[in-house]
Design a protein around this ligand. Sequence first.
Ligand code: HEC
Length: 136
Amino acid sequence: MKNIKSFLAGSFFMFLSCSLIAQDEKPQSKPWPVADEYKNMANPVQKNKVSEDTGMALYIKYCASCHGKTGLGDGVKSRTLKDFAGDFSGSYYQDQTDGEHFYKTKFGRGEMPKYGGKLTDEEIWHTVNYMRTFRK
Ligand code: HEC
């Protein structure tokens, strides 16, 4: 009897903590693995005010329509998307390396456009630097 009770209590707390985590973070619909070659790539552009300002201008022009002004994934176009664009303020995004952000921006996937060809590598690194400022 005691065992059943603690089993039930344990399951309840498991459920509770899972739903709390789920509420806090809404990650990508499917995992998006990035090859080590990109994952471990060093960011050649120093994070400073000039880079963040350059990144901000690019972000507002190219990214905010889907990703939202503050990176919450709530831009005007987000309503027309099938996939959630991601919450850039949370740890799911912020725990990734600069190289992972660079790769995903350069090559895209599904509804996330590829910006290689549209933006130079240096411009992409500026957006990567700017998007670090969304960390909550
Ligand atoms: C048309 C809408 C749209 C635009 C414009 C857009 N994105 Fe995205 N983005 C998405 C969607 C949708 C996803 C999720 C894709 C997936 O998981 O398959 C995504 C995912 C990402 C990711 C990966 C997030 C993660 O947590 O792994 C990064 C980084 C990213 N976008 C950066 C950018 C940048 C930088 C720009 C502008 C240069 C941009 N995006 C413009 C729709 C967009």
